[in-house]
Design a protein around this ligand. Sequence first.
Ligand code: IPD
Ligand code: CA
Length: 279
Amino acid sequence: MCEVIMESSIAHEIFSHACELIISVGDYVRGAAKSKICTESKECFADLVTEHDQNAEKMLVTNLTSKYPDHRFIAEEMNSDGVSCQFLDDPTWIIDPIDGTTNFVHGFPSYSISVGFYVKKEPVFGIVYDIDNDKMYSAIKGEGAFCNGRVIKCSTTADLKNALIGSEFGSQRDEVFLQFKIDSMSRVVRKCHGIRSTGSAALQICGVAAGYLDAYYEAGPHIWDFAAAQLIALEAGAVVSSLNGGPFDIRSRKILVACNSTIAGQLSPLIGDFELTYD
Ligand code: IPD
Ligand code: CA
């Protein structure tokens, strides 16, 4: 029998509070998108951050800390050095205040707030808010996946040749890494209807959950990019694994999410694998 990691009524109460908070932070980000946005770069010139990423994260963390003082946080802007990013058994919020910062900066309407809540390193709930399209994807473990309160399910596509796949180049510009991505996409696109790169890992995974993508894969995203969305996809019926089809490790920065094991099995050998040498 499955261990109950948190009493259902408590999980629901925390979930409701988080949904309300995320909507109000989403309002802030939507408003900020209309103003002039100044950008800075992080690891590489294409890895962007803005004051609005930082403000949105502060709004989330400050509110949740005052309500739940014992909870821990892994959040992109305070943990992007990788050093302070310990994932322990305590109740932990895993937050990306804006997933798809490059889209946000360019006004491309696909960026989200991603909030996963974990206890004993197991997901309790996940929320991904598609800010520009006002779509709230969510799942509480064991209760199915939803978009704006309506049940969502993965597609039933049974053959890769009929599939639409999501994948991303990401923001690293390392030559070898980029070549791996190009080669991998080149092998995949020959065998499917198409590949879409829409710039938010969390929303791509929710796309698999909602059935408009049949799979998504990427090497490079961090724990905060998929902590919430992977549960939403699982609850919608997806299979979640590492790129090679092996067990998914949330810290590994590699993910393959597919509508079913047949698509995962056809896709995985085409993707190949990449030894990530950076944290
Ligand atoms: C990025 C986006 C992008 C993905 C990158 C992520 P950020 O997150 O999800 O789609 O390709 O790997 O780092 O930087 O916009 O939060
Ligand atoms: Ca981000």
